[in-house]
Design a protein around this ligand. Structure first.
Ligand code: FAD
Length: 305
């Protein structure tokens, strides 16, 4: 089913994001997890894509397996970094032929090796590792042109994107993605809901009228928080959250509980304010996400129909 239809029919969507596992054993474990989570009747699940094509085979394999072996709606991510038109066309064609109706179109961040190569190339006056697609909007355009029936999601950044400090310009670029054909926006993670609510208002003021899904990534450990800060540059970790984690001291279980509690409070507030969708970045840690849902009395996504 198309995400645009799901969002249209339901008050709130509930979705989960996974990254593709690196080997066969991990793949089986993840698939077991996905089967378990089916009980929550997720509105959809999404599978990330390593920018530069680093997980191309793994992502495609997992997506098609989910499609063929479950009745879940699956959304593959696709990125611009290192991508050329022919390969991108082939990936989209294979998805299309297998009944995949949705794509999350992203620019992607350069993997470390590509980033180093890019810097070296730039100092030698050579072109960057972007081939045929420089920004996500180029990918949206390409999908719309060749596969007009695919429903497209794009990323939005409630706290801004580190490469575009001019926030007015950032909204213009977001609008360009939507005007080009994106059907919905899924946000970057955030730990203070006020950023999300303000972002939604700014979308409306910019005449961006597609549904906005809130991205939630619980803090599971201090190491995990440091990694999040690296990956989602510019994310604010509120003092209240940091104080809570500090109180938890060095006890990893207490820290995990504190992080889960914080995320649950965020989701409770988002549900109370009729947010169109909640998207969990699961980091493949399903049991912890399930705890958040249980805490909030969520039995399954059908409750939000
Ligand atoms: P874009 O929309 O292309 O924006 C990138 C930057 O360029 C921004 O600063 C933007 O303001 C600026 N910009 C856009 N258009 C223009 C223009 N015309 N001129 C000048 N500047 C412009 N990464 C992965 O590698 N794999 C994944 O699977 C993945 N999944 C994600 C899922 C979600 C929901 C989110 C929020 C992020 C995900 N990311 C993923 C990370 C994402 O790719 C990075 O955060 C990336 O830096 C921005 O991606 P984008 O699609 O928003 O890019």
């Amino acid at each position: 089913m198309k995400i645009s239809d799901i969002l249209h029919k339901n008050k709130t969507s509930l979705s989960f994001e996974f990254f593709p596992p690196k080997n066969a054993k991990a793949s089986e474990q993840l698939f077991d997890t996905i089967n378990k989570l089916s009980k929550l009747k997720p509105s959809y699940i999404s599978v990330t894509y390593g920018a530069g094509g680093t997980t191309r085979g793994l992502t495609n394999e997992l997506v098609l397996r989910i499609k063929n072996e479950t009745n879940l709606t699956v959304v593959p991510h696709l990125t611009c970094v290192g991508a050329d038109k022919d390969t991108t066309f082939d990936i989209l064609k294979a998805y299309s032929e297998n009944g995949i109706e949705n794509i999350m179109a992203l620019r992607g961040d350069m993997p470390l090796q590509l980033n180093q190569l890019n810097q070296a190339n730039q100092s030698n006056g050579i072109i960057t590792p972007f081939k045929d697609f420089k920004y996500a909007v180029d990918l949206v355009k390409f999908i719309k042109k060749h596969f007009p029936n695919i429903c497209i999601g794009v990323a939005g950044f409630p706290e801004g994107h580190h490469e575009t400090p001019n926030v007015l310009k950032a909204m213009d670029y977001l609008k360009e993605k939507v005007d080009t054909g994106a059907d919905y926006i899924c946000t970057q993670l955030f730990y203070d809901n006020r950023y999300f609510y303000d972002f939604k208002e700014r979308c409306l003021l910019s005449d961006i009228n597609v549904p906005v899904i809130a991205g939630i990534m619980p803090v599971f450990s201090l190491k995990n928080m440091e990694r999040i800060a690296e990956l989602a540059l510019g994310t604010n970790f509120p003092a209240k959250l940091l104080r809570t984690l500090k109180r938890a001291g060095s006890d990893s279980y207490n820290i995990e509980n504190a992080g889960i509690h914080w995320a649950a409070e965020q989701v409770r507030d988002l549900l109370d304010t009729n947010t169109k969708g909640i998207h969990f970045y699961t980091l493949n840690k399903w049991d912890k996400i399930q705890r958040i849902c249980t805490t909030l009395g969520i039995k399954d996504s059908f409750q939000f129909r």
